[in-house]
Ligand binder design. Sequence first.
Ligand code: 5GP
Length: 300
Amino acid sequence: MPRVNPPDVDRVAAAQAAVAARRARAAVKHTVATRARSAVDVLDTAWSDEAPFAEATLRVRELLTSIPTLGPTRAARVMEQLGIAQSKRVGGLGVRQRAKLRAWIQERESGKAPSSRLVVLAGPTAVGKGTVSTYIRENYPQVLLSVSATTRSPRPGEVEGEHYYFVSDDEFDAMIARGEFLEWATVHNHNRYGTPRPPIDKAMAGGSSVLLEIDIQGARQVRQAMPEAVLVFLLPPTWDELVRRLIGRGTEDSAEQARRLETAKVELAAQDEFDYKIVNAEVSSAAREVVELLTVPGSH
Ligand code: 5GP
C-alpha cells in the first residue's frame, strides 16, 4: 500500500508551523489595532521581495478589521467595492487590487477626516421616514435636507421646493440626460424620484452635512457613487405596526396598499446592507439618532 500521509514527525512539524504562523499573524494585527504600525506598512511589507509569511498570509478582511474604528460590516463593504473576494489573503491580491486597497487604506490613515457627511435615511415603505424627516426639518433647522425631484403630483399641503420639486416626465428625463441626479429610481413601480446632485456637492464642499430621505434602490446607488456615505435603515418596531401605519395613513387605495406591503417585505430584507439601524418607535428619538449621525466626530 502506498503511504498517503506524511510521516508523523512531518505532521508534528507542520502543526507547529501552523500555530507559529497564526501567532505571527495575530501579532501583526495587534500592532495595527494598537496603532503601533500602519496598515499600509503591513501591505508594503507583504508585497516586498522578502514576502514575509505573516503579512502575506493575513486575510485582507482581518487586516481591515484590525484598523481601529473599522468594523466588520464596513470592511466587507469596502472589499466588495474594491472587487476583492472576502476570503482573499494580502499576498494573493492582483496588481490592480493591490493598488486600490493601498490607496483606500492610505487615504483613510492619512487622517484627512472629512468635515461633512452624507447620511442616507432609507427603510421600508410606511416605516415613517417621511415623518422622521419632517420632524428633523421642523426641529433641527441646521440640518440640510436634500429636496428630491418627483414625477408624482403634490399631496395637499406639500410645497414646491420644500417637500419636493414636482416635475413632469419630460423634465425628469431632461434632468437624467443632463446628469443632474446623484441617484434616481422608480418607486412602487410608479413614479420617479431623484436626488439633485448640485446642491449636495455645494453643501459638502462648504463643510455641511446633508441628509437624504430616499428609497432603498436609491440608497444602493448612493453607496456606489459615494462610498463614504453613511447609510441608515429605519426599522418599524414590529411588522404588525408597519402594516398598521400603512393602512392608517389612508393616502393610498387598497391596491396601492397591497403593492406597498409587498415592496416593504422585500425592502426589510435589505437591512443588513446598511451601516446603522434605527428603530422608529418614537419619532423624536429616532430623529435625534439620525441627527447625531450627521455630526462628524471631532468637527464643530
Ligand atoms: P412619497 O411619494 O410617499 O413622498 O415617497 C415615496 C417613496 O419615495 C419614499 O419611500 C421616499 O423615501 C422615496 N423617495 C423620495 N425621494 C426620493 C429620491 O430622491 N430618490 C429615491 N430613490 N427615492 C425617493
